[in-house]
Design a binder for this molecule. Structure first.
Ligand code: GLC
Length: 561
């Protein structure tokens, strides 16, 4: 542990980021304003009112820095500038100004684990074994040669995108360098204090420009086994079915304890005096081992000051859509958080640019009830662009595949393009995304009906549901920072919980039918009026009966009496 417990035990401040609704923009796919088929920063600025209409108070913008786009911006060639295809630093400043006018805070995406191989640091590091940057990356000698005379890498680690060896031979240095992701994304050497200082300076650069904090990329990889021991074999791996990367258990190539010391150094930047004019925060990307999620989340809160940091909670992406699973998780997670410190902020994401879309994973009716779940959970909640209009994964014809991760997926060969297709704004050409002949990824076939314009006209659309829920969340103290209490409902298919706070604020109850059958149950609490049902065909009216009948996959938000 790197922070003292006593400093956590103050009252939760009940201000941002608690209760935040964060909208994730994948900039290449949001709005193109210069007709090149790729979204840009002025496009985001133009569309801020849409984000605001959802009741969101924060945006997270995926990387827009200069990049050769080997991993579409997660290969950063310069941390402190804007890729010319996406705009300029002045465009970013304009975006910040307009975000403030729209009462939106801004997280940028910080990629500390690796740079692009085009980054000046890496070019220097490659050049020789004794220059100021030579120890900025993870370099290693060959351990011998194979029968054809090719140099052999030091261990069995694999790269997360292709699933092939994570080591690449540099003929220039006559050594291997480590790339935990793409071959064009060399890992920085975080055990080198100069590297840590350089990344902290990057944080200071953006904080000085006014950003409210960061989404921090791929943090588990920042610390690996210092002696580079082999990863264990994953016994559950199914060849030809699972991603190639999953063949190993990754017990040594990532998640070494030093990661929390590094993150604490980064968290300390957010606490520097010059950045105390407003709250600053960081949310880290770390997918916990499925068998070990709760301890992994709690370990993070115990190790990095929760006043300025939280780990993403990825249960909305990974937990099975079953009432019992959610009941168990919510009970255990929120009681663990409360017991640990009132300062801990949960941070739920149900979608992002790396995962199949929620409407495709669950189907439309359950995706609508997931909207009620997400927007009534405590802490920060993250909404991935397009999920508010029910966008689905788009099949990508082979000739249009862009994502390098497609190579590591033996079964579908798709990678993450299907969930990154252009935002559907209107029924116009290219869904109003771009004037280009061909946007960088294909537009979904359903764009004429599933778009912001059409759904804005329809009070029963998923967009109208999101707007109602988001604005309710923004204006109700109990939803922003109230307690969560899971109800013991005598129907295994139904999850019920309340959100309550002290004082005069309205309190709420949520009930979700996770099954494809009708569900009947007694709510066990005194209900006031119905706020909203996820199902446009709901048979419930404003005044709720003592015994409630939910349609298949229906969810409801109601007042407590
Ligand atoms: C994170 C990003 C993903 C990227 C990877 C490497 O997981 O979300 O898109 O490929 O890190 O930066």
């Amino acid at each position: 542990m790197h922070t003292s417990l006593s400093q956590h035990h103050s009252n939760a401040p009940h201000g941002w980021p608690e209760g935040a609704l964060v909208y994730q923009v994948y900039p290449r796919s949001f709005q193109d304003t210069n007709g090149d088929g790729v979204g840009d920063l002025p496009g985001i600025t133009q569309r801020l009112p849409h984000i605001r209409s959802l009741g969101a108070n924060t945006i997270w913008i995926s990387p827009f820095y200069p990049s050769p786009m080997a991993d579409f911006g997660y290969d950063v060639a310069d941390y402190c500038d804007v890729d010319p295809r996406l705009g300029t630093l002045d465009d970013f400043k304009e975006l910040m100004k307009e975000a403030e006018a729209n009462k939106l805070r801004v997280f940028t995406d910080l990629v500390p684990n690796h740079t692009s191989d085009e980054h000046a640091w890496f070019k220097q590091s490659c050049a020789s074994r004794d220059n100021p940057y030579s120890d900025w990356y993870v370099w290693c000698d060959a351990v011998g040669n194979d029968s054809s005379g090719n140099p052999l890498p030091p261990n069995n680690w694999r790269d997360a995108l292709s699933g092939d060896s994570a080591w690449e031979w540099s003929p220039q240095r006559e050594q291997f360098y480590l790339h935990s992701f793409n071959v064009h994304q060399p890992d920085l050497n975080w055990s080198n204090p100069q590297v840590r200082e350089a990344i902290k300076d990057v944080m200071r650069f953006w904080l000085t420009l006014g950003v409210d904090g960061f989404r921090v990329d791929a943090v588990y990889w920042m610390a690996k086994h210092p002696l580079l021991h082999d990863d264990s074999i994953n016994q559950e791996y199914v060849e030809g079915e699972d991603l190639k990367y999953e063949a190993l258990a990754h017990d040594n190539s990532r998640g070494w304890p030093a990661v929390y010391a590094y993150l604490t150094e980064m968290a300390d930047v957010l606490k520097e005096p010059q950045f105390q004019d407003k709250p600053r925060f960081m949310v880290t990307e770390a997918y916990p081992d499925r068998h070990n999620a709760l301890p992994a989340y709690m370990n993070f809160y115990a190790s990095v000051d929760p006043a300025v940091a939280a780990p993403f909670n990825f249960e909305g992406l990974t937990l099975a859509w079953h009432a019992a699973e959610w009941r168990k998780f919510l009970k255990s997670f929120h009681s663990a958080l409360e017991q640990f410190s009132a300062r801990c902020i949960a941070s739920y994401a149900f979608g992002n640019h790396d995962q199949p879309r929620i409407a495709s994973r669950l189907g439309e009716p359950a995706a609508r009830s997931a909207a009620i779940l997400l927007l009534t959970l405590p802490g920060m909640v993250f909404l991935y662009y397009g999920d508010e209009i029910g966008m689905k994964d788009v099949p990508i014809p082979t000739e249009f595949i862009q994502d390098p991760a497609a190579n590591g997926d033996p079964k579908h060969h798709l990678g993450r393009d299907p969930e990154r297709t252009p935002m559907q704004w209107s029924a116009e050409r290219n869904a109003g995304f771009s004037d280009a002949k061909q946007p960088w990824l294909p537009i979904a076939d359903d764009y004429q009906t599933h778009n912001v314009d059409a759904e804005s006209q329809d009070g029963r659309s998923i967009l109208s549901l999101y707007r109602l829920l988001g604005n309710k969340r923004a204006s109700e103290a109990s939803l922003l920072h109230g307690d969560l209490h899971v109800l013991d409902i005598e129907n295994d298919e139904v999850l019920g919980y309340t959100r309550t706070s002290d004082g005069t604020a309205s309190d709420f109850a949520v009930f979700i039918n996770f099954s494809a059958e009708v569900a009947v149950f007694e709510p066990t609490v005194q209900l006031g009026k119905l706020v909203v049902s996820s199902d446009p065909q709901s048979e419930l009216t404003a005044v709720l009966p003592d015994v409630i009948t939910l349609r298949p996959h229906e969810a409801v938000l109601c007042y407590l009496a």
